[in-house]
Design a protein around this ligand. Structure first.
Ligand SMILES: *Cc1c(COP(=O)(O)O)cnc(C)c1O
Length: 427
């Protein structure tokens, strides 16, 4: 058989690590910041990026490599980079190719943390974000761009609105502008969707969510498709000599891996948002059962959504695989399943949503999503609290909204818990 042409389930279990004769079968945790070399020239060659090898864990570590190689293979990319969290992965995906005085387009229905990162920190650094809505036409979105626009950013499944990204439309916009299409694939995971297949150039993840899946480890990851041509005149940081790395030209030295090599050699080296080896070990352990968990998350979430849709205490519901959902067609086109999150409005507005959450028993109130235990959150008073009322409603965050992350317990128990908590809500 061809070991490189395995299906994604097999990649979840096997990719990223091979043990040679007598070596541990499980990828070990290399809890070392440093690596020993015999000769100064050996290390100099690594510093020069002429030879491959580990020099200092801030820039790379064998345990991190296992996870990087596994997710790169699952996403169909040429390389990946782990980061300390999803936030740093998102940050790196933008600042690797976008500088002060330049701008980028982002969907307005993205994760709250990405929203504040873009509108706050990046704006202070002189990078301007221009928000597009899923409803806007190609033409309207193209009009947001100018000669300084450097990328376009969206989420496969919006957190928490659950809008499905129209890959065809955004890929076409990116092509017309000759800029890369960056996709946050956290909610879908590579098991449900591989964005590179639909034209994404760069994929980012918060591995903290489903990829870990057990709520143990913060982490982020960037995957490079290797497909974008950085030599189109807009990306001198990749296609011209880098003065911070004694004149290396990433596109010349690293070809299709230019983006991800620069992210490591430049951003990770200088900013240092490195994933801990122990977190990579736990995340990889979680990832080994990602395919099984995602199937159950999808099955349970669909059952929950179907149960809630006609419920008298529910004012509205979103789940991409409900036939009545506005993203249903896109979901069927791009996803193998709707993932584990269901969002809905509880009658009685803010009060109703709070009463519901406060009366859950099996499901718990936690700031998280994608854990194998069922849990829920009230976005308006937590993850999206920092947005103004206007920004909240523009991003689809309503006061009555509950973000319900369906776990992998038995669906009957989850539904029983929902029903008893909803009983407490007064109409
Ligand atoms: C949680 C999340 C992030 C941020 O990831 P952290 O690991 O919490 O830093 C980014 N994007 C999406 C879609 C998320 O759900």
């Amino acid at each position: 058989m061809d070991i490189k042409k395995t299906k994604i389930e097999t990649k979840c279990v096997q990719e990223g690590y091979e043990s040679k004769n007598g070596e541990p079968r499980v990828a070990p945790i290399v809890q070392s910041t440093t690596y020993k070399y015999d000769k100064t020239q050996d290390l100099a060659d690594i510093f020069d990026l002429k030879a491959q090898g580990f020099m200092y864990t801030r820039l790379g570590n064998p345990t991190l490599s296992v996870l990087e190689d596994k997710i790169a293979a699952m996403e169909g990319g040429v390389g990946a980079l782990t980061t300390a969290s999803g936030q740093s992965a998102t940050l790196f995906s933008v600042i690797n190719i976008c500088k002060a005085g330049q701008n980028f387009i982002a969907m307005n229905n993205i994760y709250g943390g990405s929203h504040t990162l873009f509108s706050g920190i990046l704006k202070d650094f002189g990078i301007d974000v221009r928000y597009a809505t899923p409803e806007q036409s190609q033409e309207e979105i193209l009009n947001l761009a100018d000669e300084n626009t450097r990328l376009i950013f969206g989420e496969t499944i919006g957190n928490p609105t659950l809008d499905i990204l129209d890959f065809e439309k955004f890929h076409s916009i990116a092509k017309k502008l000759d800029i890369p299409f960056v996709v946050d694939n956290t909610f879908a995971t590579p098991f449900l969707c591989t964005p590179i297949e639909y034209g994404a150039d760069i994929v980012v993840h918060s591995t903290t969510k489903y990829i870990d899946g057990h709520a143990t480890s913060m982490g982020g990851l960037i995957v490079d498709s290797g497909n974008f041509n950085w030599e189109n005149g807009k990306y001198p940081e990749l296609a011209q000599p880098d003065p911070n790395y004694h004149g290396v030209v990433y596109t010349q030295s690293f070809g299709s891996s230019a983006f991800i090599v620069k992210a490591r050699a430049g951003l990770l080296r200088d900013i240092g948002a490195t994933m801990a080896p122990f977190n990579a070990f736990l995340t990889n352990l979680g990832c080994e059962t990602l395919h099984l968990r995602m199937e159950r998350h999808c099955e349970n979430a669909l059952a929950v959504a179907k149960h809630l849709a006609p419920h008298e205490k529910i004012s509205w519901i979103r789940y991409p695989f409900l036939e009545t959902d506005k993203s249903y067609e896109l979901a069927k086109k791009y996803l193998k399943g709707g993932s584990g999150v269901v969002t809905f409005g509880v009658k009685g507005g803010l009060e109703g949503a709070r009463t519901f959450i406060d009366n859950m028993q099996l499901a718990t109130l936690v700031t998280h999503v994608g854990d194998l235990r069922t849990h829920a959150l009230h976005p308006a008073s937590t993850t999206h609290r920092q947005l103004s009322d206007e920004q909240q409603s523009e991003s689809g965050i309503l006061p009555d909204m509950v973000r319900f992350s369906v776990g992998i317990e038995h669906k009957d128990d989850i539904i029983a818990d929902l029903d008893s908590a909803l009983e407490k809500v007064q109409l």
